[in-house]
Design a protein around this ligand. Structure first.
Ligand code: HEM
Length: 512
């Protein structure tokens, strides 16, 4: 009996050993190419995993420290995963433009229980088809029709903010996140969420928590296998939040489908034309456009629709609310910049109140300086500070090769704060974005919305929305901070998105 047990153990051990040897033999080429890169010392099997054990602030600090110690490109091993960090504009351009780097990194799969194969997480072959289908729904005419929503919701927000007028510092994000949620629900799904009025935000909370959990899982390799992760407290928590969000979007899609069906039946009965898809307003939401489709073969199934809608809800909400918060912080810390941005608005609106004279699309074109302010804020605090791609084949970079199977990690924050590109990088200076200044820089040295074919599909939407919200605030209020905080002292964390560790606290005073 004992000899049988020993024999089973021996055989299992030997088989495991043989599999391990085969596994490593197959990866010899990867190891050889990886050895050409500099990087922190590694431990056998686990690589540099122990350097990323802490919370999301520690992870941010670790990445910043590594980029200070090692010049780009440098490598990090997360267990079996080889990561090559890049921050030289020419290298970034080669990667982001390459067909060999269209595939998102494996870690994006952790979003799939939530977003399925929506644009953000889709494997390359699905992404190509969906991006072609969805691209046209972000055209300028459609975006222009959304400005009225941006303006109306911004007006609701500044009215709500009156409660804080001339009071102490308050967390601005609480107001902004509800405003951007109302905006994204109305423009993406065509539903009025009324988060600002009813103070109901279970969706935002669920989205924020899931995002943070996915980020933690990325750096904790032992949580990578779903069989383990789903049994942990984090996994159970994530599933609960995802259920909340899916229930919400499924409900909206069901209601929309029924409305569309009813309209079509009605149309067939009277034999008439449906001028604007029968929607109560002239404006169509992103979901309406996708459901109508252009061609039967191009239509998305119900689950694909839900995945794309969930993707837009994620990509378009937390991003803009966090960026607007940091722009407000920068404006409060730099009163001269705030005054200049206000004077530009004064040129457009005189002393009229936002409620009497809404922001229009034409106005947005005239807000040049405000756009530089937003761009400069996105330079110093890029909300997506790291993005990554899996190499589907070896990619020749001239001086070196990115090996097939490795992850190219684009370190946007390091590039945006590189003093060789941005003299005095921690100085907040919107004039860096004057056309003559921007023309002197490499086109890929500034990429808050990524770049190349898989860039942010919503970047125009985001810019228009952020300008509208900020213009509405600035016309009514002066934003203040009790104590000056230099940029270097604003601690950041990698909570999925890159955000300040401390909630942004600001004061507002009436603009007379
Ligand atoms: C300030 C706001 C925003 C910033 C800084 C931002 C930034 C980015 C970045 C860096 C990426 C590339 C991510 C990667 O490669 O991993 C991305 C992708 C994406 N963004 Fe945005 N984004 C913003 C707002 C929006 C908005 C408002 C929407 C939609 C309404 C949106 C929709 C998307 C989608 C769908 C993708 C995936 C695109 C693809 O893979 O084809 N984003 N965004």
């Amino acid at each position: 009996m004992l000899s049988e047990i020993l024999s089973v153990i021996g055989t299992t051990f030997l088989s495991g050993l043989i599999l391990l040897v085969i596994y490593h033999l197959r990866r010899l080429d990867l190891y050889k190419k990886a050895s050409k890169f500099c990087g922190p010392p590694t431990s056998p099997f686990v690589g540099n995993v122990f350097q990323f054990l802490g919370n999301t602030e520690d992870i941010f600090n670790e990445v910043t420290e590594l980029s200070r110690l090692y010049p780009s490109p440098y490598r990090v091993w997360l267990g079996p995963l080889l990561l090559i960090f890049l921050s030289r504009p020419e290298d970034v351009k080669t990667v982001l433009k390459s067909e060999k780097a269209i595939e998102k990194a494996k870690v994006y799969e952790f979003f799939q229980p939530w977003l399925g194969k929506g644009l953000f997480t889709a494997p390359a072959e699905i992404w190509r088809v969906h991006r072609k289908l969805i691209g046209p729904t972000f055209n300028l005419k459609i975006l222009e029709s959304f400005v009225a929503v941006f303006a109306a919701q911004s007006n609701v927000m500044v009215k709500k903010m009156e409660a804080e007028l001339n009071g102490a510092e308050f967390p601005v994000f609480d107001y902004l996140s509800k405003c951007t949620l109302d905006i994204i629900c109305e423009t993406v799904m065509g539903v009025s969420m009324k988060a600002q009025i009813e103070n109901e935000c279970s969706y935002v909370e669920a989205a924020e928590k899931t995002f943070a959990i996915v980020c933690q899982r990325t750096f904790k390799v032992w949580l990578h296998p779903s069989a383990i992760f789903n049994r942990t407290q984090l996994g159970r928590e994530q599933n609960k939040h995802i259920k909340t969000m899916h229930n919400f979007t499924n409900n909206v899609i069901r209601r929309k489908k029924k409305a569309l069906l009813d309209r079509n039946t009605e149309k067939a009965a009277v034999g008439g034309e449906d001028n604007e898809g029968g929607l109560p307003s002239q404006r169509k939401a992103f979901l309406d456009l996708l459901m109508e489709g252009t061609h039967d073969k191009m239509k998305l199934s119900d689950s694909e629709l839900r995945e794309e809608v969930d993707t837009m809800m994620l990509a378009g909400n937390d991003t803009t609310s966090n960026v607007i918060s940091s722009v407000m912080l920068m404006l409060a810390l730099h009163p001269d910049v705030q005054e200049k941005a206000y004077l530009e608005l004064r040129e457009i609106y005189g002393s009229s109140d936002p409620e009497d004279r809404n922001v229009t699309h034409d106005d947005l074109e005239r807000m040049e300086y405000l756009e530089y302010v937003i761009k400069e804020s996105l330079r110093v605090i890029p909300i997506a500070s790291l993005i990554s791609r899996t190499l589907s084949d070896d990619l020749d970079m001239g001086e070196y090769t990115l090996p097939k199977g490795s992850l190219a990690v684009i370190d946007i924050l390091t590039m945006h704060r590189n003093e060789e590109i941005w003299p005095d990088p921690l100085k907040f200076d919107p004039d860096r974005f004057l056309p003559e200044e921007a023309a002197k820089r490499h086109a890929y040295s500034y990429i808050p919305f990524s770049a190349g074919p898989r860039n942010c599909i919503g970047f125009r939407f985001a810019m228009m929305e952020m300008k509208t919200v900020l213009a509405t605030i600035l016309r009514r209020y002066i934003i203040k901070k009790d104590k000056f905080v230099p940029l270097v002292d604003i601690k950041l964390k990698m909570d999925g998105l890159t955000k300040p560790v401390e909630p942004i606290m600001l004061r507002i005073e009436e603009r007379l």
